[in-house]
Design a protein around this ligand. Structure first.
Ligand SMILES: *Cc1c(COP(=O)(O)O)cnc(C)c1O
Length: 417
């Protein structure tokens, strides 16, 4: 994990040693400038498309907060009191108990919430249990904090459920937490109440905290409803991470939260609260006027807007799933249930001149100007991650190109064509 250089400077090295953004940049650089228009099924930022725009009411709330000239100063580092209150109330709607305002710590997006959680849990010899495939920010933050990642598999044939026996085998007295991403990136899973309950019971037996990454909360396109992990906060203590980025389609606003979803108060010990506050002091809270707009934004129940986004995601995930069925050398074990991405398996043996997922994605970028993330970047070799939060006609065009790419490179070419 750590390599010593000649000059004594230590460098952080992560297992894959490349971020998603880094990988997508390399793929982009590999496209043919004189070729077709580039379509990316790689980015996690749907706001590039006009069908994924936030509401004017949300934008006005920010403008009003800014114009009031009341929010040009620092906020308390844990967040503005009425912002914490608004988040506590918003999340409590889906819980069997009420969160307190001081359960909430406002962060710069869910990315900083991850960094926050990792930093307060870090201690000498600590390890953390991470899903594979997963979201690479976790291992990156763990590497910086010298927390050792240990990976448990998500099971593709079981709706990407957590391999709980693996979790039991991995944990020891130095395990500080396990991470659960639901709805899931990169798998598109949405876990049932029963599975989440089993996760909580496992965490309880092991005496560890559950870090619940719910940045995609409520973005559900299948049959399973979204159930927050905090529902099981009295089984095992839960740190809920979230943000406005995905549901409100405002990733650039950098407004997120870390919440102690823990009605029994295990995470309210003076020492733990002290750590949360001190780490808030290091981070310094996100922009005050964005925070100030949150209560007004959460009060407007934007059901029409939420439904519109879900409907688009239902359609685009359907298009992906159907199209992938038509392509011989790639397959998908289950329909995406939520979030904005899912994993697709490459059948390398059916391809005549593709050696692995990296090779697939680089050749695809070069020949078809379609950007797709190789699975290895999220911990699963010979799979690819497809984002479906993409405008419909671009998505159809991109998948058509993937299809002809696969036909060109696979042994089982349809002989009638
Ligand atoms: C997008 C994403 C994040 C980061 O959220 P931001 O609010 O944009 O920082 C964290 N976790 C997962 C699983 C994500 O997909």
């Amino acid at each position: 994990m750590e390599i010593q250089k000649g000059n004594g400077v230590k460098e952080i090295e992560t297992p894959n040693n490349i971020t998603i953004k880094g990988m997508l940049g390399l793929l982009m650089a590999n496209t043919d400038a004189k070729g077709k228009k580039v379509i990316s099924l790689g980015i996690g930022d749907p706001t590039a498309y006009s069908c994924f725009q936030t509401t004017s009411a949300a934008q006005e709330a920010v403008v009003d907060a800014l114009r009031s000239a009341k929010f040009n100063g620092y906020s308390p580092t844990v967040g503005l009191p009425h912002t914490r209150k608004a988040v506590a109330e918003y999340l409590s709607r889906d819980l069997p108990y009420k969160l307190q305002d001081d359960d909430v710590y406002i962060t710069a997006g869910c990315t900083q919430a991850i960094e926050f959680a990792m930093s307060i849990l870090a201690k000498p010899n600590a390890n953390i249990l991470l899903p594979r495939p997963g979201f690479p920010t976790y291992e990156l933050c763990a590497a910086f904090r010298h927390v050792v990642p240990r990976y448990f598999d998500l099971l593709p044939e079981q709706g990407w459920e957590v391999d709980l026996s693996a979790v039991e085998n991995l944990a020891d007295q130095n395990t500080v937490a396990m991470v659960v991403i639901n709805p899931g990136n990169p798998c598109g899973n949405v876990y049932t109440y029963q599975h989440l309950k089993k996760i909580a019971e496992t965490a309880k037996r092991l005496g560890i905290i559950v870090i619940a990454d719910e940045v995609y909360a409520h973005l559900v396109v299948g049959a399973n409803p979204f159930v927050p992990m905090g529902v099981f906060g009295s089984v095992a203590p839960v740190l809920t991470l979230g943000s406005m980025s995905k549901r409100w389609l405002v990733p650039g606003w950098r407004l997120g939260w870390v919440v102690t979803s823990d009605p029994d108060g295990t995470l309210k010990s003076p020492m733990f609260v002290e750590r949360l506050k001190k780490y808030s002091d290091i981070c310094g809270a996100p922009a005050t006027f964005i925070q100030a707009a949150v209560p007004a934004i959460f009060e407007q129940q934007e059901e029409v807007f939420f439904k519109k986004t879900i409907n688009i995601l239902k359609q685009t995930s359907d298009i992906c799933y159907q199209k992938i069925k038509e392509i011989h050398c790639i397959s998908c074990p289950s329909k995406p249930e939520g979030a904005m991405a899912f994993m697709v398996k490459l059948n390398i043996l059916m391809m005549k001149d593709i050696s692995d997922d990296n090779d697939f994605c680089f050749k695809l970028a070069k020949e078809e100007s379609v950007i797709i993330l190789p699975g290895i970047a999220v911990g699963l070799k010979n799979w690819i991650r497809i984002m479906f939060a993409v405008e419909q006609s671009s998505l159809e065009e991109a998948l058509e190109r993937v299809k002809s790419f696969c036909q060109r490179h696979s042994f089982q070419q349809n002989s009638f064509i």
